[in-house]
Design a protein around this ligand. Sequence first.
Ligand SMILES: Nc1ncnc2c1ncn2[C@@H]1O[C@H](COP(=O)(O)OP(=O)(O)O)[C@@H](O)[C@H]1O
Ligand SMILES: [Mg+2]
Length: 212
Amino acid sequence: MRGKFIVLEGPDRCGKSTQAKLLYNYLLEKGFDVVLTREPGGTKIAEQIREILLKPELDVRPVAELLLYEASRAQHTQEKIIPALQEGKMVICERYTMSTSAYQGYARGLDLKMIDTLNHIATTGLTPDLTLVFLMSDKYFSSRGEYLFSDRLEREDKEFRDSMRQGYKNLAAKTENAYLLEADDDVDSIHRRVVELLEKHHITDLCPSKKS
Ligand SMILES: Nc1ncnc2c1ncn2[C@@H]1O[C@H](COP(=O)(O)OP(=O)(O)O)[C@@H](O)[C@H]1O
Ligand SMILES: [Mg+2]
């Protein structure tokens, strides 16, 4: 039996890293073997692809951007996620296939079916056991963290963010084991909701890697 794959999704600054770390520590304390990783990136090659993707000065065209995300995902899935799951570990990943559908599909307008096909190729059919989709209202966007315009995606305008947010809502509604979480709430309430969802899906009682 394999470990469990938990994915955190949502726009920039909705609290994915914050919740991923809280969840990581929670599971470690419970005695699980846990891998915390992220996309794009997660392995040496995939992190190098991430650098290209997040450099604002590079004029990466939409289809090239999509293929770079999928290349990064293919490497990350094969090299890190699947081996960890096979060893019975819990894998927590910030962003996965839903981000690509939301950003490159809903927001940039690339064909969603094409993205589904590429996601399937990159993941070899691996799907999360639980997908947590964090959405916050736009009014919180610029108040969270410094507004640095640090990379290309963060510079996109409000219309882009609205399409992407609507995309996440549609995707969460049609994806198995996916939940929308209210990211305007305080950090601890959100963490409690995350733990409830893990329990609901028997993620913590079924994982085989739990140390005795
Ligand atoms: N529930 C929350 N309420 C208020 N601020 C938050 C909350 N969750 C995260 N933050 C803050 O918002 C910023 C972005 O959070 P982060 O976890 O890095 O988001 P992401 O990984 O989705 O980009 C950080 O400064 C973080 O401390
Ligand atoms: Mg983050």
